[in-house]
Design a protein around this ligand. Structure first.
Ligand code: DER
Length: 220
């Protein structure tokens, strides 16, 4: 676990931004988890009337447990969103998806007019891709084709993400597989190039999105 004080601090800061009546896009991961605990305290103490749109079953179940009402993109657009990240690189490029929720995380982020990425200092990198692979969500039978095309794009190490607690690979909440891909060089075109491969559902590479990075106390 990376240094918790940074995560807890930025989780409290994002919780302080919540306003009565907000519809919130809620990302996934342990930093978001801490933020939800802080938000739930405010809901209880101040009677805040908010709604959350979750990006994973785990977060949806946690919102239910905390008593945070939920809605969906059918009924509401988020007023703003908060989410974590695995890496924050130059120009606010992100790698996300360690938690396997990358499709709905990118859907919610693309649907939200204002996006906060909450991280501790351990997530900031000089070069995107230096610590984490790029997760690519793949329609199962497209695996051979997608792996081949990713190699052509420069992927150096492609691993099918193994499940824990069951034999075989991780199966996402959209019934797809995840290939974790190492790229030494990440050109600005890479997100779109990956997405254009037939059989790719989405990737955890976020380039050129309008995101506000919050790092444990200093908003960049
Ligand atoms: O999977 C994700 O994209 C999550 O946001 C994740 O990368 C951040 O998780 P953490 O807050 O537990 O580090």
């Amino acid at each position: 676990i990376t240094n918790r004080p940074g995560k807890e601090k930025v989780a409290r800061e994002i919780a302080a931004k919540v306003k009565d009546g907000d519809v919130l896009g809620v990302g996934s991961g342990s930093t978001v988890y801490l933020a939800l605990i802080a938000i739930a305290e405010r809901v209880k103490n101040e009677g805040l009337n908010i709604k959350a749109i979750s990006t994973s079953l785990e977060i949806s179940m946690f919102c239910s447990k905390l008593g945070i009402p939920q809605t969906t993109l059918y009924e509401h657009q988020p007023y703003w969103l908060f989410d974590g990240a695995d890496e924050v690189g130059p120009g606010n490029g992100l790698i996300k998806g360690r938690g396997g929720a990358l499709f709905k995380e990118k859907l919610l982020l693309a649907s939200s007019p204002l996006n906060y990425i909450i991280v501790d200092e351990s997530k900031q990198v000089e070069r995107l891709g230096q610590n984490f692979p790029i997760p690519v969500e793949v329609f199962p039978q497209a695996l051979p084709l997608v792996a081949n095309e990713l190699k052509k794009l420069g992927a150096e190490d492609i691993k099918l993400r193994p499940a824990k607690g069951k034999d075989g690979p991780v199966i996402t909440e959209n019934n797809n597989l995840i290939l974790d891909c190492r790229f030494h060089h990440i050109p600005t075109s890479l997100e779109k190039d990956i997405k254009s491969i037939t059989g790719v559902i989405e990737s955890g590479l976020f380039l050129g999105y309008d995101v506000h990075i919050m790092v444990a106390g200093n908003s960049l």
